[in-house]
Design a protein around this ligand. Structure first.
Ligand code: ZN
Length: 84
């Protein structure tokens, strides 16, 4: 994918977010999600030799997909929109 296409896809994804999704504080440990996020799957990934759990959610209101990364060693891990 070219940079422009990637940027356009990213902007479309941001524009599709519902109001509660827009309110989610990203990349901050322990920031809350919202009531309409439904967990779909989770898996583990390695981060600097640690194993962290990532949970993927789907918003029941707008259909957006979110990942929550639970990493005790990284204050800036948290909610993000996965790059697909
Ligand atoms: Zn939403």
């Amino acid at each position: 994918m070219s940079i422009d296409k990637y940027k356009a896809a990213n902007e479309a994804r941001e524009a599709a977010l519902c109001e509660p999704c827009r309110g989610i504080q990203r990349n901050w440990r322990k920031a809350p999600g919202h009531a309409e996020l439904i967990p779909r799957q989770n898996w583990k990934e390695a981060r600097d030799g640690r194993s962290v759990t990532i949970t993927r959610y789907r918003c029941d209101r707008c259909g957006s997909v979110w990942d929550y990364e639970n990493d005790k060693g990284n204050q800036h891990a948290g909610w993000s929109l996965p790059r697909s």
